[in-house]
Design a protein around this ligand. Structure first.
Ligand code: DX5
Ligand code: ZN
Length: 246
C-alpha cells in the first residue's frame, strides 16, 4: 500500500490514484509536471525564453508544431527544435499538429524531442506511428481533440507513454478552456489506473490556476500552459508556474 500526502516536501501536489476496495492505491502517485508551451514565448528570443522557464521551475518544454493543414496555423519545424535543444536540460514534449505524421517523426527525434505526440486523426495507422516513435527511442503520445472520444485510442492505450487531452481546439494559444473535457480526463484516469501502467495524463489548452485545479482533481498529472506561464515576462515565470501547481 502506498502512503501519500497531498503535498511533498517541495510543495508539489501528488495525485491520488484510483483505489481498490481495501483503500490501497493501485499505483504510486506522480508529482504534477508543468509544461510551458513556447507558442506563447517571445519568438525573437526563444533560446532565452526556454532558459528562463527552465530556471523558473518548469518540468518539460512543450513545443507546438503546426502545419497549416491539420490545423490553421504554421509554427515550428525540426531545425528550430535542434537549435533550442542546448538551451535546456528539460525533456522536450513535442506536440505534432501535422498530417501526415510519419514523415516528420525521424526529423523531430533527431532534433532532440523526448516525447512525440500526435493526433490519431492525422494518420491512418495509429499503431504504426506509435511503433515508429518508439523505434527512434522516444516516448509516444496520442492527443485527443475535444470531439475525439477516448475509444479512438483504447486499443493502443497500453502502448502509449502519454495521453494529451486537448481542452481547446488545436491551432492557437489563448483560447478558453472547454469544460466538457473534464469528464474525459476522469475517464482516462480510470482507464490508465485499470491498466496499471505509468502513462502520463496531460491537458493542453486554456490552463490557468483555476482550470488547473479542476484538471488535477479530475486526475491529470501534467499540464501544458502557454498564456498562463508567459504572462508578465520572465520576472513572473516562477510565480506563474507555482500557481499552476495548486
Ligand atoms: C494549442 C496548443 C497549446 C497552446 C496552449 O493548439 O496545443 O499548447 O499553445 O496555449 P494556452 O495555454 O494559451 O491555451
Ligand atoms: Zn500543445
Amino acid at each position: 500500500m502506498f502512503q501519500f500526502d497531498r503535498k511533498d516536501p517541495k510543495g508539489r501536489i501528488w495525485i491520488p490514484r484510483s483505489t481498490r476496495d481495501d483503500g490501497a492505491l493501485t499505483m504510486p502517485p506522480k508529482p504534477v509536471r508543468i509544461a510551458p508551451s513556447i507558442l506563447s514565448a517571445d519568438f525573437a528570443a526563444l533560446g532565452q525564453e526556454i532558459e528562463a522557464v527552465t530556471a523558473a521551475g518548469a518540468d518539460w518544454i512543450h513545443v507546438d508544431v503546426m502545419d497549416n493543414h491539420f490545423v490553421p496555423n504554421l509554427t515550428i519545424g525540426p531545425v528550430v527544435v535542434k537549435a533550442l535543444r542546448p538551451h535546456s536540460r528539460l525533456p522536450f514534449d513535442v506536440h505534432l499538429m501535422v498530417s501526415p505524421v510519419d514523415p516528420l517523426v525521424p526529423a523531430f527525434a533527431e532534433a532532440g524531442a523526448d516525447t512525440i505526440s500526435f493526433h490519431p486523426e492525422a494518420g491512418p495507422h495509429v499503431h504504426r506511428t506509435i511503433q515508429l516513435i518508439k523505434h527512434h527511442g522516444k516516448r509516444a503520445g496520442c492527443v485527443l481533440n475535444p470531439a475525439t472520444p477516448l475509444s479512438s485510442i483504447e486499443n493502443v492505450l497500453g502502448d502509449l507513454d502519454l495521453v494529451l487531452v486537448m481542452s481547446v481546439n488545436p491551432g492557437f494559444g489563448g483560447q478558453a478552456f472547454i469544460e466538457s473535457q473534464l469528464a474525459k480526463i476522469a475517464a482516462l484516469r480510470r482507464a490508465i489506473d485499470a491498466l496499471g501502467k505509468p502513462i502520463d495524463l496531460e491537458v493542453d489548452g486554456g490552463v490557468n490556476p483555476e482550470t488547473a485545479r479542476r484538471c488535477l482533481a479530475a486526475g491529470a498529472d501534467a499540464l501544458v500552459a502557454g498564456t498562463a506561464v508567459f504572462a508578465g515576462g520572465p520576472a513572473k515565470y516562477a510565480a506563474n508556474i507555482k500557481a499552476l501547481r495548486g
